[in-house]
Ligand binder design. Structure first.
Ligand code: NAG
Ligand code: NAG
Length: 220
């Protein structure tokens, strides 16, 4: 990575501050198996529940994370999530699991989850992980197979497979049914509609040329 683009990326990281964050509300019943057959006509927190008597063991299981995601993209990563559609029993439980596939030298770029803390376990390869606290201090660790790491709620973090040859695999647990994910680079340089040039030029202290290059690189 060129020093200039690194300094721009670092600036991107440190200029985004996380918002106020709250946990998911507690469920009012043992479980609420998501009923994805009914179209949702009003907006509620989560999906409507199936009749309790129709609950099956299979509602609590999924193979969604058994398959490798396709990592042939700009950053070389793929995140596969559990949700109320592929794991109906997770509805209202305040949980999400994520399978993170990283190509050789692949990265999950700096991003934050506004509604969840995350704990990740490295299952294969080695992964450089890190998060930035609200004083812009960077905490990093190099995870090897079997090591876990916590990303505190709402803070900007990344996962990078530094190995130029071998892929890496991690699985994460997040304490929200809908953690949300906001990637720092895309939330600035690839918004729709585009964030006004003047805003980004001023915020990142870059020229119009710099910005055009970054926008193009990110497909913005
Ligand atoms: C992640 O992998 C799935 C399954 O292979 C694929 O459909 C999806 O497009 C991939 N996402 C990205 C961002 O590459
Ligand atoms: C961030 O980490 C630095 C270094 O440990 C520490 O001095 C600072 O107080 C931390 N900031 C917050 C908001 O926790």
């Amino acid at each position: 990575m060129k020093p200039k683009s690194f300094s721009i990326q670092f600036f991107l990281i440190v200029t985004l501050f996380p918002g106020l964050v709250k946990p998911d509300p507690d469920p009012l019943q043992d479980y609420c198996i998501a009923d994805s057959t009914k179209p949702q006509s009003l907006s509620i927190n989560g999906a409507p529940c199936l009749d309790q008597s129709t609950t099956l063991p299979s509602h609590f299981t999924t193979s969604a994370l058994s398959k490798q995601g396709n990592v042939a993209n700009l950053f070389g990563f793929n995140v596969t999530l559990t949700n109320a559609a592929n794991l109906p029993g997770v509805n209202t439980q305040g949980l999400t699991m994520a399978r993170v596939d990283l190509a050789a030298n692949g990265i999950v770029p700096p991003h934050s989850h506004p509604r969840a803390s995350e704990v990740t376990i490295c299952l294969q390869g080695s992964i450089l992980v890190g998060f930035i606290n609200t004083s812009n201090f960077l905490y990093t660790q190099n995870l090897r197979q079997g090591d876990s790491f916590v990303f505190p709620k709402g803070l900007v973090h990344f996962l990078y497979n530094m190995d130029p040859v071998s892929p890496a695999l991690a699985v994460s647990g997040l304490n929200s049914q809908n953690p949300g994910a906001q990637m720092v680079s895309l939330a600035t340089f690839a918004t729709k509609p585009a964030t006004p040039n003047a805003v980004l030029e001023k915020a990142f202290q870059i020229s119009g040329q710099d910005m055009a290059r970054i926008r193009k690189n990110l497909g913005g």
